[in-house]
Design a protein around this ligand. Structure first.
Ligand code: ZN
Length: 346
């Protein structure tokens, strides 16, 4: 079979750019920044799957292209591991095995593309001063901010019940006791209410939702801008469109930040039905994917089936997406990459 993607139509961004690097011209990187960070993240609730690998490849390949263009800049990847959302992982040894596989992939890409990376746990992320400060601001202004970032009033803040140690989402009251001291009341269904009195510097006892994590990363990008560092968020394309417009940017405005966060959204890997290949669905014993030709459960399985060359085959393919905007501004089915691995598409 020939490569059917060689005559892709120009749509959206690819109508106005051929080379993805052109997007970054507006930042005048040569003049304005001493370092550039491409920041991405994933939940280690399983070993990394194909979609995660695609996102990581895009991050490293973009970083390597930036390095070629701006030779005197310090350009790195910042990887955030989101252990706070570990559905279906209840054993520490399973988590450390998943993290080991993440580091294996990060190390492979770091060597191949000659780009250094940092690996940050969620605990380290929420311990950063700017995150705690903005979490405090959110808690004080929660009702107003939730109208924009949480329209259906899901939980955004969680804490552990002191008795059963379960993560509790139900907040019944927030009191601003003094300038930097908050009192938050939670209700555990089994053990009733418990209250946390927290100074700003203790807010790392709380877990927070995807909206807040996403907005906080954007606020951190604004903070680093003042230190001549450009932080570019790199996420899968499911974080684009309405999410970026209504949640991220409008959310940032409520934190009194007007700057548009530099972001790149990477192609999605779709299942046979057109939905995003989902780690959570893979792991849900009641679902299990059907209709996918081979066992694409994670990168380790793919390496077992197709050998050590698999990581190179996929990353080389993704390099061609980065080099051609018509290939980058689209999504791909898992079956397409499967055919690539089998050598059925050249
Ligand atoms: Zn409890």
């Amino acid at each position: 079979m020939s490569d059917y993607s060689c005559n892709l139509p120009k749509v959206g961004m690819s109508l106005i750019i051929n080379n993805l690097m052109s997007i970054f011209e507006q930042y005048n990187m040569e003049e304005n920044y001493k370092s550039i960070i491409l920041s991405t993240s994933s939940q280690p609730n399983s070993k990394p799957h194909l979609g995660t690998y695609v996102n990581l490849c895009c991050s490293f390949i973009l970083a390597s292209k930036l390095k070629q263009k701006y030779e005197n800049k310090n350009i790195t990847i910042e990887f955030d591991s989101l252990e706070n959302s570990l559905y279906y992982v209840d054993k520490d040894d399973e988590l450390s095995e998943n993290v080991r596989m993440y580091k294996y992939i990060l190390s492979f890409l770091s060597t191949k593309y000659n780009v250094l990376y940092t690996f940050r746990s969620f605990d380290e992320f929420r311990n950063i001063d700017i995150i705690k400060r903005n979490l405090s601001y959110y808690l004080i202004n929660k009702d107003e901010i939730d109208k924009v970032i949480n329209p259906e009033q899901y939980s955004t803040i969680r804490a552990f019940c002191p008795k059963c140690k379960e993560k509790i989402e139900n907040i019944t009251d927030i009191n601003n006791l003094s300038k930097n001291r908050l009192e938050i009341t939670f209700e555990c269904e089994e053990h009733g209410i418990f209250t946390l009195q927290l100074c700003d510097d203790q807010l790392n006892k709380l877990d927070f939702s995807a909206q807040l994590r996403d907005i906080f990363k954007g606020l951190m990008s604004d903070y680093l801008e003042k230190k001549d560092q450009l932080l570019i968020m790199v996420d899968g394309r499911d974080w684009s469109n309405e999410w970026d417009h209504y949640i991220h940017l409008k959310g940032k405005k409520l934190f009194l930040h007007d700057r548009v966060t530099p972001r790149i959204f990477t192609p999605l890997i779709l299942d046979s039905y057109g939905g995003k290949l989902s780690k959570s669905l893979y792991l849900n014993p009641e679902f299990r994917y059907k209709g996918i030709e081979c066992n694409f459960e994670n990168i380790e399985t793919i390496e077992q089936i197709y050998g050590k060359k698999s990581l190179n085959i996929i990353s080389d393919e993704i390099e061609s997406w980065i080099n051609d905007s018509t290939k980058f501004y689209r999504d791909y089915t898992v079956n397409y990459l499967h055919k690539k691995l089998k050598g059925e598409i050249i």
